[in-house]
Design a protein around this ligand. Structure first.
Ligand SMILES: [Zn+2]
Length: 309
């Protein structure tokens, strides 16, 4: 059995805007962290070089000696190859596609390294932070795009890693006029409730600064903002019902940049769900806001790497 005092995990989260690395203890507490802007012009090799430096700095800062085993968990947005060594497709980070990310990182750091999608890593981070932990858990992440992750009986389910299309449960419009989604399907939740779709829609109706202006207008009772958020809430409710039917979770956790930027959205959704629950005592799923914010993927990737035997 592994002596946990001689094992530490470092999580890395390479996102569309930021690349981050952090040493994390067994409880999910961040011990040291490093962050830089993700710059496509740097290319994949520079991203790995920065991560290697950040991992070295983390070792020094936390005082990790040579006898301590370090495991690396990396979270990336996109579709992974079957061996989890590279990203096959990434809408947000196309310059990483096909690059031998894990082999390079493992070679340069000499640490066991494993790759997860950002949705998987964030799902695990949020699941571990749940108290008590439910038997079945779904994390729906409304970021630039939309993804979800599922944990069943303490095990992360591998739903999205090798697929580029959204799950059936995330299709909310089956009509002929359903909008095309970047994943290739039509009528996905992403076409209405993702950061990308909401920014676009907010600008179309006259909010020059997108979601930030939409939030302010909603807070001031502006009719257009109220109507737009009503539609988004209705759509989100439909997706939550689908997820509840399909996965039968005890808890659905809502996270991602849209939830942080528009806190009225989860608040309204949870109020609507509470009303449904009051009418139908058989509805047992709880919808909760994410707790870890931007750190969910970073912490989840580290904890997944630590628990991997
Ligand atoms: Zn889609």
């Amino acid at each position: 059995m592994q002596d946990s005092s001689r094992l530490i995990a470092i999580g890395a989260d390479v996102g569309g805007t930021q690349t981050r690395a952090a040493a994390v203890d067994r409880t999910g507490k961040i011990l040291a962290r490093y962050c830089r802007r993700t710059d496509e012009a740097d290319g994949a090799d520079r991203v790995v070089t920065w991560l290697v430096g950040a991992i070295e700095n983390t070792r020094d800062e936390v005082g990790i000696g040579s006898s301590v085993e370090i495991r690396l968990g990396v979270a990336l947005p996109g579709t992974l190859d079957q061996q989890r060594r590279t990203v096959v497709r990434s809408i947000n980070l196309p310059f990483l596609e096909g690059y031998p990310f894990i082999d390079e990182l493992a070679r340069r750091t000499r640490c066991p390294t494993i790759l997860y999608t950002d949705a998987e890593a964030a799902t695990w981070g949020e699941y571990v932070s749940c108290a008590p932990r439910p038997g079945r858990f779904v994390h729906l992440r409304l970021g630039t795009g939309i993804a979800c992750g599922v944990v069943v009986e303490g095990r992360l389910q591998r739903l999205d890693a090798g697929r580029s299309e959204h799950l059936d449960a995330l299709i909310i419009d089956n009509t002929a006029g359903a909008r095309p989604c970047p994943c290739g399907r039509r009528g996905c939740l992403e076409t209405v409730a993702s950061g990308r779709a909401l920014e676009e829609r907010a600008r179309e109706v006259g909010y020059a600064n997108g979601i930030a202006d939409l939030r302010q207008a909603w807070e001031q009772g502006d009719d257009t903002a109220v109507a737009l958020l009503q539609k988004v809430t209705d759509t989100l409710m439909a997706a939550l019902r689908n997820l509840a039917t399909h996965f039968q979770p005890g808890v659905i956790c809502l996270g991602g940049g849209v939830v942080t930027g528009l806190p009225c959205l989860p608040d309204r959704t949870m109020a609507r769900l509470q009303a449904v629950r009051d009418e139908d005592s058989k509805t047992e799923v709880s919808v909760v806001p994410a707790r870890l914010g931007d750190d969910a993927g970073l912490i989840g990737a580290a904890l997944l790497a630590m628990d991997r035997s």
